[in-house]
Design a protein around this ligand. Sequence first.
Ligand SMILES: [Mg+2]
Length: 137
Amino acid sequence: MGYLTDGLTFNVLRQANLKRLPTFKNSKGEPAHSEPDGSDWALSAWSNAVCGELGEAANLIKKIERGDTTLEEAREALGKEFADVVTYLDILAMRAGVDLGVAVVNKFNEVSRRVHSPVRLLNGGSDFYLLPPEEGP
Ligand SMILES: [Mg+2]
């Protein structure tokens, strides 16, 4: 993760989410969670959070395409919604016992094999590579 950063990793995001969860407050200033790891929310609540943020992004895109604003004007806000999606998705994955980094590497490479693409993510996710032509996609 991170095109113009030093490379935010899934592990760093996970650790930051774990540290922040117990400090999260609702809009009334009350603790948002009774369990420090977010286990007080069902998987459906976390998936609703992911979908809610994706919906906020979709609403912005609707406004761009309707002509209310431009992509340039909305880019920062759109980025914030995408960031909300990724942040909640990490928590959802954690609550589901899924290592998001491993899952993305494995699924990316599975799809590459299926669509006969030579592009693979390196195990560990730190880079990508192309299969040499003799190995075929
Ligand atoms: Mg949001």
